[in-house]
Design a protein. Structure first.
Length: 590
């Protein structure tokens, strides 16, 4: 708000300078504008000697209209699209990267954000914009490239950043400017050079910024009610060193954390905007630095007690969470209801070969059950396609998942992501086929030559998905999880909700009604569904909310699994050997 006044002053001076521009030189006008801008705009860093030397006679545009666009995700297992419909939501989470970038841009710039997952990108938005800033993951590349093309056709300047910029070569993104890495330390310079018309084609952050330099994300730009979960980031990076992981390639191995007060400010901002539901702490590994995580958790426990608001938390962590009872208790007390764990494979030789050593020398099943016993639902990431995988891996994977009580098991085919140690190793071994498309579920093949026959691997993968997301298998896992969890409903005292896990939210209630109609009345699997509901009513009344949410999630996975089974298989699947696969794609080994 405090920038409105200076902005009006600057506009007036610009206007005035424009009017008398005939009588004063352009150089003077530029100096006046630059002086006022630099004086009133605290976020802009002083111009470097280099940028001064290249400064053109006039500013290209200032202040600029910045349009931030988030491309559409394809419909995959992890888009949760069919479950979100039940909740009346259009996407799972907002584009936090762009909200952060928006907050880093000069305060005087005008900003709009269009997330094409929840709204349409209109021509009038493009007409309004001076510059378009796009973010995305590798998997969004099709939509991103189409938007870049649309902008180019209008002569609009484009900047692409986010994880996609680390996965796809800058030239292939077709944007005017590409930013590789985290934006905190370089946005001021980029913004200035955009204004001056001197921006370079590629920017790469020299070092990873401290998280304390990350601003309060601009929540005002999003249509909050269209998302099922809000996001807050506490840390970036992970201390482990898994061979296939691009997190450590992009965000590094030293966990960098925000100050506790920063996180609380972000939560206060969400609360002030009316949010009361789930918040995903989108860390690569929330417990990368356990002591700091505990410090934050103690503050969160206190914060929740004070604000007496819903706020359930979800996060991602490594499996060694199970070794620290204090940490799990604190997470439970702070309102963590769900945690995503990278389990990867029940085969220890695969874990060792991929350097996932923190998952070895332990019973994976016991570790999962321990975390569940603290009231946290475990979501698991699993991978098929390791060099160590033998024919029995498919059965072992299904058996493990069923015994784990992990309802949402995210099984994917191994992908060698550019920039990872795995990609480099396979490249040296001459086994890389292409850089992949970021989708490890609906793909017809891995992007490298696997040890197992490629067609068999994909076929086995699809069988695993079909088996674990059959109605019976899925509900069995949900029931196992419910039997282990100590979930409790929100407690109320004197009409006020005490801090605690808020199971029956407004969204859950809506999902409940829609689910009864769609799954219970019209669903193909309605008998399994009603059997499940009756069991919940009889045995797990203490957690009807999560049971219903999981029933709805199951619907999404069943729809997607049906599609996966009927997905057209490429001829390569029947090629029979990795060598033929490489020849048939005609792709040059990178
Ligand atoms: C939350 C999350 C999700 C959410 C969706 C969030 C959303 N709305 O986009 C969910 C759970 C749905 C999800 C799903 C998937 N995800 Co995800 N996800 C994340 C996670 C954990 C946090 C994202 C986030 O909010 N980060 C916080 C912001 C602040 O960071 P940031 O986006 O990197 O932004 C910074 C910079 O990149 C840069 N920047 C970003 N955008 C821009 C734009 C411009 C113009 C500029 C200048 C700079 C810039 O500045 C920001 C500040 O420094 C990241 C990991 C991570 N650390 O980011 C993975 C991550 C983004 N996901 C990843 C993947 C692979 C997936 C899936 C494809 C998984 C799968 N196997 O299917 C699916 C795809 C979904 C689908 N529909 O199919 C990968 C992407 C890798 C890549 N190179 O593309 C990541 C990096 C994790 C990983 N393993 O490496 N994901
Ligand atoms: S534990 Fe997870 S985030 Fe950390 S290096 Fe391994 S795969 Fe990456």
């Amino acid at each position: 708000m405090d920038l409105i006044f200076p902005w009006e002053v600057i506009s007036f001076i610009q206007f005035f300078a424009g009017q008398v521009g005939e009588s004063i030189s352009g150089g003077v006008r530029q100096s006046v504008t630059a002086l006022v801008r630099d004086a009133l705009q605290p976020t802009a860093a002083p111009p470097s000697a280099d940028s001064c030397a290249r400064r053109p006679p006039f500013f290209e545009r200032w202040p600029m209209n910045a349009l931030l666009i988030y491309p559409e995700f394809p419909e995959t297992f992890w888009s949760f699209k069919h479950a979100l419909k039940f909740l009346g939501k259009r996407a799972a989470q907002p584009p936090l990267g762009l909200m952060t970038v928006a907050a880093l841009l000069p305060g005087a710039w005008k900003k709009r954000l269009v997330d094409t997952n929840v709204e349409t990108l209109r021509d009038r938005d493009l007409k309004w914009a001076d510059v378009v800033l796009l973010s995305g993951m590798h998997i969004q590349s099709e939509s991103l490239l189409a938007i870049v093309e649309r902008c180019r056709a209008r002569g609009l300047r484009t900047v692409v950043g986010g994880p996609i910029a680390s996965s796809i070569p800058a030239a292939e993104l077709k944007a005017d400017h590409v930013v590789i890495g985290e934006a905190e330390s370089l946005i001021a310079g980029l913004a200035r050079e955009l204004e001056e018309g001197t921006a370079r084609p590629v920017y790469q952050a020299a070092e990873r910024p401290e998280m304390t330099s990350s601003p309060l994300p601009d929540v005002s730009l999003i249509k909050m009610r269209r998302y099922s979960t809000m996001t807050v980031q506490y840390s970036r990076g992970c201390p482990f060193n898994c061979e296939f992981c691009d997190i450590i390639a992009i965000y590094g191995r030293r966990p960098r954390t925000k100050a506790v007060a920063q996180v609380l400010r972000e939560l206060d901002q969400l609360r002030a905007a009316g949010w009361r539901e789930s918040v995903f702490i989108v860390d690569d590994n929330f417990i990368g630095n356990k002591e700091q995580a505990k410090e934050l958790l103690r503050a969160l426990v206190e914060w929740r007690t004070q604000v007496a608001a819903g706020f359930d938390f979800i996060t991602e962590a490594s499996l060694n969470l199970a070794d620290d009872s204090e940490l799990m208790q604190l997470m439970k007390d702070a309102g963590f209801i769900s945690v995503f764990l990278g389990i990867e494979t029940p085969d220890e030789s695969g874990l060792i070969a991929s350097n996932k050593l923190q998952n070895t020398r332990r019973s994976l099943l016991e570790s999962v059950a321990k975390i569940q016993s603290y009231g946290m639902q475990v979501m698991g990431g699993f991978i098929l396609g390791f060099d160590t995988d033998k024919e029995d891996i498919f059965d072992r994977m299904v058996e493990f998942i069923q015994k784990s009580g992990i309802p949402i098991a995210m099984v994917g085919l191994l992908q060698a992501m550019p920039g990872t140690q795995l990609f480099r190793r396979l490249q040296q071994e001459g086994r890389i086929v292409d850089s992949g498309d970021g989708d490890n579920t609906f793909c017809d093949r891995p992007n490298f030559l696997p040890r197992m026959d490629a067609a068999r691997l994909v076929e086995g993968y699809r069988e695993v998905m079909k088996r674990i997301y059959s109605c019976e298998a899925y509900y069995e896992r949900v029931k196992l999880y419910l039997s282990r969890t100590q979930a409790r409903p929100s407690e109320r005292k004197h009409g006020e909700r005490k801090a605690g896990q808020q199971w029956l939210t407004r969204d859950n209630a809506r999902a409940f009604v829609t689910s009864i109609v769609r799954q219970g009345v019209f669903g193909r699997q309605r008998w399994s569904y009603w059997k499940f509901l009756l069991t919940v009513a009889a045995r797990y009344r203490h957690c009807v909310g999560p049971a219903m949410t999981l029933a709805v999630m199951g619907y999404h996975f069943q729809v997607m699994t049906d599609r996966l089974s009927s997905a057209v298989k490429s001829p390569m699947l029947h090629a029979g050997s990795g060598e033929i696969l490489l020849r048939e794609t005609g792709t040059q080994v990178l």
